[in-house]
Design a protein around this ligand. Structure first.
Ligand SMILES: C[S@@+](CC[C@H](N)C(=O)[O-])C[C@H]1O[C@@H](n2cnc3c(N)ncnc32)[C@H](O)[C@@H]1O
Length: 214
């Protein structure tokens, strides 16, 4: 898919917010959202085969740290080189990890059909809609038939054409329904999907568990 310059401009502006932020230090303190037994994320995560798993937009690796002992090979991918550098440092000496800096819309270094699962938390909610669609296509490329993707996306239908700073909790324009439709057409089966409230904002986010059709 060829993308306009405006999409690329927005993508570059977005990633600048996630370079050296306090977010990473604070975020280690609210892992329960994703990993506590009552979390809506956990039952879906447990349906992933972690033999060869990709975490997209990994930040400083707080989620990867949760799954180190359960997973086979873990590939950490992020658009921001400083975040991948932080992960290299955090996981130094652990040989099951791979570290990849990407171009913000692709999964370089990941072979076709070579991945059992891919997940992304608290990141795609901020991404440009065209980039989310590009990642769904890339996820389909790299997953084996039957492989699964668990994606936390934006369901903010307000402010089309705007910049994400203007939106509640910096959610970019997105729609769970649109992403589910796109995923179907690209070749995924929907195993589960739900809207999520985020910090009091009703149905601001979406979570979808997809399986690559054979
Ligand atoms: C809010 S942080 C979340 C990090 C991690 N997922 C977590 O929950 O701790 C957003 C992450 O998305 C990354 N990012 C921003 N734009 C991206 C893009 N277009 N493609 C891949 N990663 C991107 C940032 O570098 C950052 O690591």
């Amino acid at each position: 898919m060829s993308m306009g310059d405006r999409n690329a401009e927005m993508r570059s502006a977005i990633v600048m917010d996630w370079t050296d932020s306090h977010y990473y230090r604070n975020a280690e303190g609210w892992l329960d959202t994703f990993w506590a037994p009552r979390s809506p994320f956990l039952p879906l995560f447990r349906q992933l085969d972690l033999t060869r798993v990709i975490e997209l937009a990994c930040g400083h690796g707080r989620h990867a740290a949760q799954i180190l002992d359960q997973a086979g090979e873990i590939t950490l991918i992020d658009f921001e080189p400083r975040n991948i550098a932080a992960c290299r440092e955090r996981f130094a000496g652990r040989d099951k990890l791979r570290f990849i800096v990407n171009a913000g819309h692709d999964l370089p270094g990941c072979e076709d059909g070579g991945t059992s699962a891919l997940f992304s938390y608290d990141a795609m909610v901020h991404f440009e809609l065209l980039d989310v669609i590009a990642y769904i296509r890339e996820a389909h490329r790299v997953l084996r038939p039957g492989g699964r993707a668990l994606l936390h996306v934006s369901n903010n239908r307000q402010n089309p054409g705007g910049f994400y700073h203007q939106n509640t909790h910096w959610r970019n324009f997105g729609s769970l329904d649109v992403f589910l439709h796109v995923a179907d057409r690209i070749g995924f089966e929907r195993l589960d999907s739900r809207t999520l409230d985020w910090s009091g904002a009703k149905e601001l986010d979406g979570l979808m568990l997809l399986e690559r059709r054979a």
